[in-house]
Ligand binder design. Structure first.
Ligand code: NDP
Length: 676
């Protein structure tokens, strides 16, 4: 049988395997299946193509345009899901595993597309946090901004998630405006290659935005600069080797690593057999051990339970594991497929026997287990293996050896502090889960173990129906962990996009900062528009365009009327003596909401026009009380404009209410939807 030729995509060309190519075997049969790699790949040309062609093209687009691009890519992949599933079986993955890898990856891209449009500006500069007041009179301010790095992101991925592993890095990278060179692990690179082909064939990406290395990376890392990023997932040994590359060290190349992690799951002291939490714990553990045959960076490697529950837990977990049908992942009845390769199988068995030096195997025998529809000797099959460690304080391997397969060790704890100490022996994990119905237990575990974890997953009877699972990193939430987990962070919504951008502290006048950030700042020039701003379309309004209203005097009758009309007869508005005893008020004061209502009455243009709806109000502050006899006026300024659909966009208005002495009495941001 001829081998599948897995190509690279370099500088706009597909490059077939050549000298130095590696043979990839099927996980199911162990037979050679494909070949990938070419020593002649011109990695310097790839870097140049990304930097000179892909980067500038991406940076010309706004965050919103890039977000739309991500959505279109996700749709293109979604339409070709079946082809990805069909190919992915060869990696040993079951249909359920495909949902995590392929659907999970596409879903991650959709989330970044949506976050990009909702949480990032329709522009080129991301404003990071609020304006900092650096001067008494506000003529000199500070603002942090993020702009895209001008280099290339090199993504080095692990074999276990050939699609999700690529997309969870690619989505924030492209959204940031940075081109990527993806290097999947060779063992499963054929699935990644197909996903890349689908994206490139869709014609959605600008030239140079995405390139692929199937096989070895050559000396690419030796040519990186301070504008490049390496984002790595894989073993701790490789991470250590790569991050010590002299060029990476000398040029301070960003190196994000996500590596081996001895994740734990703690059963709360309250979760005895018979509680929903006990059953939930068993379910989560078994799912984590068997999904992707345990080849998940987030899988539960250490099961930490009250000493009194260990026996019952071993029995319950073993009973469920016994129902796991192992075999050809294409068969409907198969619950667990194969490891990715026989090399991984040998590695997992070696690591399991190391753990076996300190712990007793209580379930699963690698020398005696049934495989359905495939040859157990030829394919990379192993059974789920549960170990029991009687002395977890003295043990070492159970806390530092990651058997990257369906292998977990159960250990007992005396009290919650002991449980936390055992969990922290992982020396930095991607995730620790806690199954408890007691929020005080949850608080204690967070206080004791959060510093050692990138994520803490708490689940109980209230959340179990909708919970997402211990092992699922979510695009909204940070993925990564300290210490042994690599010290990196990925995803986490917009946080993940910033890993591919430079944060710069800008200092300057309001006029400078407002123009750079495309967002009006008090103190920046006001623009006099040709007509009332509510009569002007989204596209016509300019940032800084301002309306000053006439004043309106507030009377005691207004306050009385508002109080009885709304029912808000709070004493500060109704009772002169009581109000005067309050340290904040001189006597009876106008309601804050009365001021807002009058402000709207002052600035509104009543006729039908481009303003479609008032959608919100942010950052409201009442700064000075208003009493009967005071008069207020309003300044309404266009602060920011964000396109939302093809028909309308969101206007953010800066609204300031001042009194007859020009003192600020209230300030807020008003949101409206305006037609184009
Ligand atoms: P590796 O660390 O060997 O490989 C990870 C990635 O790095 C692959 O793409 C690999 O490419 C690449 N790579 C390896 N050496 C170099 C190099 N010198 N220069 C550039 N790239 C390189 O991990 P494996 O995938 O082989 O898995 C080994 C072990 O790592 C597992 O058994 C498991 O313990 C752990 N692991 C942990 C993961 C986690 O997320 N916690 C995920 C995956 C693995 P290539 O495949 O071509 O060698």
């Amino acid at each position: 049988m001829s081998l599948k030729q897995i190509s690279s995509f370099a500088a706009g060309q597909w490059v077939a395997p050549g000298a130095g190519a590696r043979t990839i075997a099927s996980a199911i049969t162990g037979e050679p299946f494909a070949t990938a790699g070419n020593d002649a790949l011109d990695v310097q040309a790839m870097l140049a193509h990304a930097r000179d062609v892909g980067g500038p093209a991406l940076r010309r687009l706004t965050f919103h345009e890039r977000a739309k691009m991500l959505k279109a890519l996700a749709q293109a992949l979604s339409e070709r899901k079946q082809a990805l599933y069909d190919l992915s079986f060869e990696t040993g993955a079951t249909q359920k595993d495909h949902l995590i890898d392929i659907d999970g990856g596409i879903g991650t891209m959709f989330v970044f597309a949506s976050k990009g449009r909702r949480e990032m500006p329709d522009g080129h500069v991301y404003l990071d946090g609020d304006v900092e007041q650096l001067s008494r009179n506000g003529t000199f301010l500070g603002q942090h901004v993020c702009t895209p790095l001008q280099g290339v992101a090199v993504h080095i991925n692990a074999f276990n998630f050939p699609v999700w592993g690529m997309l969870e890095k690619l989505a924030p990278t492209l959204l940031a405006g940075v081109p990527a060179i993806v290097k999947p692990a060779t063992n499963s690179c054929y699935v990644t290659e197909l996903a890349v082909r689908i994206m490139l064939d869709s014609g959605i990406l600008p030239d140079g935005a995405l390139q692929l290395v199937s096989g070895g990376l050559g000396d690419m890392l030796d040519h990186l600069t301070c504008q490049d990023v390496v984002s790595f997932t894989g073993s701790a040994d490789t991470a250590m080797k790569l991050r010590q590359n002299p060029v990476i060290v000398t040029n301070s190349v960003r190196f994000v690593a996500e590596q081996d992690s001895l994740n734990a799951s703690i059963l709360g002291p309250d979760a005895a057999p018979g509680t929903p939490e006990f059953d939930l714990f068993v379910k989560e553990v078994v799912r984590e051990m068997t999904t992707k045959a345990g080849q998940k960076c987030t899988a539960i490697r250490r099961i930490i339970a009250p000493e009194a529950q260990v026996e019952a837990l071993i029995a319950a977990i073993s009973a469920k594991l016994a129902q796991t049908t192992i075999g050809d992942p294409r068969l409907d009845g198969t619950r667990m497929g194969a490891l990715v390769s026989n090399g991984q199988k040998a590695d997992v068995l070696a690591k399991a026997s190391l753990i076996g030096q300190e712990a007793q195997r209580v379930f699963g025998d690698p020398d005696a287990f049934e495989v359905v529809g495939a040859d157990a000797e030829k394919g990379a099959f192993v059974p789920p293996m549960l170990f029991y460690c009687a002395d977890p304080d003295a043990a070492r391997h159970v806390h530092d050896t990651e058997a990257f397969g369906p292998v977990s060790t159960i250990m007992g704890y005396r009290d919650l502090d002991h449980a936390i100490a055992l969990a922290n022996r992982g020396q930095g994990s991607l995730v620790t889960s806690l199954i408890t119905h007691d929020p005080e237990v949850a608080r204690q575990v967070v206080m004791g173990a959060a510093a050692f974890n990138g994520r803490i997953y708490i689940n109980d009877r209230d959340s179990m129906q909708e919970s997402t699972g211990h092992g699922s990193p979510l695009p909204h939430m940070v993925h990564g962990g300290p210490g042994r987990a690599g010290g990196g962070e990925e995803m986490g919504g917009v946080r993940g996009v910033k890993h591919y951008m430079q944060r710069t502290a800008l200092q300057g006048s309001p006029r400078m900062l407002a123009t750079i950030g495309r967002k009006w700042i008090p103190g920046a020039p006001e623009i006099q528009g040709p007509a009332h701003p509510f009569t002007r379309k989204f596209t016509e309004l300019q940032i800084g365009e301002t309306l000053h209203t006439a004043p309106r005097t507030i009377t005691l009758d207004d306050i009385e009327h508002f109080a009885h009309f709304t029912g808000d007869t709070f004493y500060a508005h109704m009772n002169e003596d009581a109000a005067a005893r309050n340290p904040f008020f001189p006597g009876r004061v106008a309601h804050g909401y009365l001021l807002l209502s009058f402000a709207a009455g002052l600035f509104v243009e009543p006729n039908e026009g481009p303003v479609l709806a008032n959608t919100g109000l942010d950052g409201l502050r009442f700064m000075k009380p208003v009493v009967a006899g005071d008069s207020i006026k309003v300044r309404l300024t266009v602060k920011q404009k964000t396109r939302r659909t093809d028909e309308y966009g969101e206007m953010r208005w800066h609204v300031t209410l001042t009194n007859q002495d020009d003192e600020k009495v209230a300030e807020y941001e008003l949101l409206t939807m305006n037609a184009y």
